[in-house]
Structures are given as C-alpha cells and as structure tokens.
Design a protein around this ligand. Sequence first.
Ligand code: URP
Ligand code: ZN
Ligand code: ZN
Length: 461
Amino acid sequence: MKILIKKGLIISPPEEFVGDIFINDGIIEAVGEHVFKEADRVIDASGKFVIPGGIDVHTHLDMPYSGEIKSRDDFYTGTVAAAFGGTTTIIDFPTQSKGKRLKETFFEWIDKAQQKAVIDYSFHMIVTDLNVLEDSDFKFLVDNGITSIKIFTAYPDRLMLNDRELFSIMMTAKKYNLLVMVHAENGIIIDELIKFALSRGYTQPKYHALSRPPVLEAEAINRVITYASLLDIPIYIVHTSSLEGLRVIKQSREKKKDVLAETCPQYLYLSLENISKNTDDDYKFVFTPPVREKWNQEFLWNGLSDNTLQVLSTDHCPFNFSDRMIGKDDFTKIPNGGAVIEHRLELSFKGVKQNKIDLKRWVEINSTNPAKIFGMYPTKGIIRVGSDADIVIWNPEIKRTISASNHHMNIDYSMFEGIESAGKAEIVISSGEIIIEDDQFIGKPGRGRFIQRKSFDKNLL
Ligand code: URP
Ligand code: ZN
Ligand code: ZN
C-alpha cells in the first residue's frame, strides 16, 4: 500500500517542519516539503502533527500475578489500546519463574504475543533466579535481539535479588552488552514497614503507599547506580516516582552520562490524595512504586524537560477493581499495577499545552529516546527515509475526558476517570498499514512483528 501524507507539521527531533511523507510497502520512502508521488491513499494532514509512532518500553501484558490472577490485557487487547493512544511499538517483560531457563521464558512470551499483537513488540527479560542461568541462554537472547534485562531490588521472595546477585548479574550484563533496567526500592526495609503496619491493624490501601517511602526508592537507586559505576556499565531506572529518586539520578548523571531513567503518567497525575479517601476507590490506585505527595509531580515534569528523565513509559499492568478486592482486609494482597497504555501520549501532550515540556521533547520522551536507548534507532523513533512507517497523525485541538466508558483497555475502571487530556491520535499507521482511523481499530490480530533490537549505544544519546 502506498500512502501520501500531505502538509502535516512533521515533528521528528531534531527536526520540525511542514511537509509530506510517502510510504511504500511499510517503509518511509520520501520525506520533504513537497513530495509528488502517486499513492493508493492521500491523507491531508493540514493543521495536524505528524510524529513517529509512540514506543512504550514498559508493559506487563498477560502477566501472571498470583493463582488465577493475570494482568487483564493480553497482547491483543493491550496492543489495540496502545494503538488507540498512538503507540506503535511496545517492549514487554517476560518474567523468569523460579527454576525456569531464560530461553523457556522467551518462548512462553512469544507464544502469548505472536498470534495476538497488533503492533510491533520486543521483550526485556526479567531475571529472578540466578541458579539456572546459562551462558547459552544469554547468547540466545542477544542472538534474538533481546538486549536488555530487568532486575528488582524489591518484592522479596518473588522477584528481588540480593546485593551479591545484583552485582553478579550486572557482571553478566557487561559480558553480553545487555542494558540493565532496575525496579529500585529497598524491598527488605519495605517488608519490615509492611509488617509493622499490619501489626498495628493498618490494612487499608494507603498503607501500601506509606510503607514504601521515597527515601527507600532513592537508597536503592543510589545502590544500583554505584554498582553500575564500579562496573562501568549503563543503567536504566524504571518508573522513577519521587523527587528523592530524581535527585540521585540527576547527581549521578553529572558524573556518569549513561545513567538513564523513566517516569510514567501515573506519577505525573496521581498522588497520595487519590489513595487516602478511605473509600473503596482507594483500591484503584495501588501500584508500585506508589503514589507520592502531589508536589513531586512538578519535579518529575521538570526532570522530563531537563533530560534527567529521558523516557515516559506506562508500566501498564491492569487489574480489575474486583481483582483488587482480594486485598480487602490486607493491602499487601491487592494486585499492584495500573492501566495506562492508552493514555501516555495524550497525558504528556497536556504537559505541552501547559508549557511543561515542548513539542520536540514530547516526541523525544515518547518515541525517539525509547528507540535510541533500546536499540531500535533509526529504524524507529524518527521520520526519515528508510525507517519503518510507524506514524501517528495527531490532532492537537481535541480535548477529551478520560473514562472507563470510552477507553479500550480491558479493565473495568480508569485511574484517570474525569481527567481531561489533550490531543488525539486520529490516524495510526503501523508498518505502513492504517490500523486506527475514525475511532475504529482496523488491523488484524497477530499483525505486529517481533522486533530484534541492537545493543545499547551511548553515542546515540
Ligand atoms: O505496580 C506495578 N508496577 N506492577 C507491575 C510490576 C512492576 O513493579 O513494575
Ligand atoms: Zn516495577
Ligand atoms: Zn513494571
């Protein structure tokens, strides 16, 4: 299919200009002020923004939680919702179960995704059990384009690695040139605070937040950055939620430029106020790291603007309200996670409208930087000849009120209910195919491709 997009404001950092784009067979074949080509479809994008498709590098689709409970979006519903929001690539997290080889985990996740994903996808591998790691598995991962792993300093007994294990896996990462991503909170001390809270009968959702104070995020961030510095490897901190955490990252980046970090829309829009009403509503806002005091939001926006934070991801991990009621009498049993995959571009575009970030920065944090950091650039994250035709035509004038009644995620409530967002992905093109138009999804399950990524290259930043 040949598509000609005419007269849109093309925002592809560092460039921004009014022009045309010609797409042929899934690839961008021409970009310029005036492109004259015969096409099967001509789209008039006057007054609209034309941007590289969003890349969400932090999702948990079809993720086993406990017992029968899994995150509610699978690779079909989750990627359809992502596409509605203007995201055309995700990187999901296969989670190694204890005793399982990484290779097996990879195949398990490929099986979940292959027949369902409607946009391109890749994986970062979560490593939880060092007893069953084999060199051949790491080689297998890299040979298949999985060039990042994720480790946890939180969730003892389930996902957490101790310091010896953290350091050891970082050494392995150095050997295979894998980018290490870390969920950084001090899980041991949090466990003690949780025990204390429960012993006092503090069982409501707000104690999820109060037992995970920001200093324990900052401590863990500092610890893992210290190990990464010793080994001289890059490190990427996921879901930064607080000023304390941000400060450590900012200071570290003064000495070590390959300290990288993201935040997520929930930390920009939600706060302790949401979880402290002492009503059943509070159960909707349990995710980890938790909501913080509202004033942190301004610092996180500044961090996105001044490049302390390079990426906005979603940590999409949806559970229904009814799933959460398992924790009715004990906040530690509430499945953690929020449904966000659909709202990343519109909630951050609201920040553009409010002068918190500028237009190019909006594209950088949602698309260009994710592509650069995670080995997909310049195939993705940019509009230029030869790149994948993953393109969003964004209407900057539309405002809408976010609600469970109009979202496409497979979850029965919205954490952002009633919040007004800004802009809208009117047409979404993935690999040269229009998949969203006129508020309809018109692609097919399984059309998304598994993307093999290159190793992290700090020269791109
Ligand atoms: O609450 C969250 N974020 N759940 C998903 C797992 C994680 O910690 O990223
Ligand atoms: Zn996490
Ligand atoms: Zn996560």
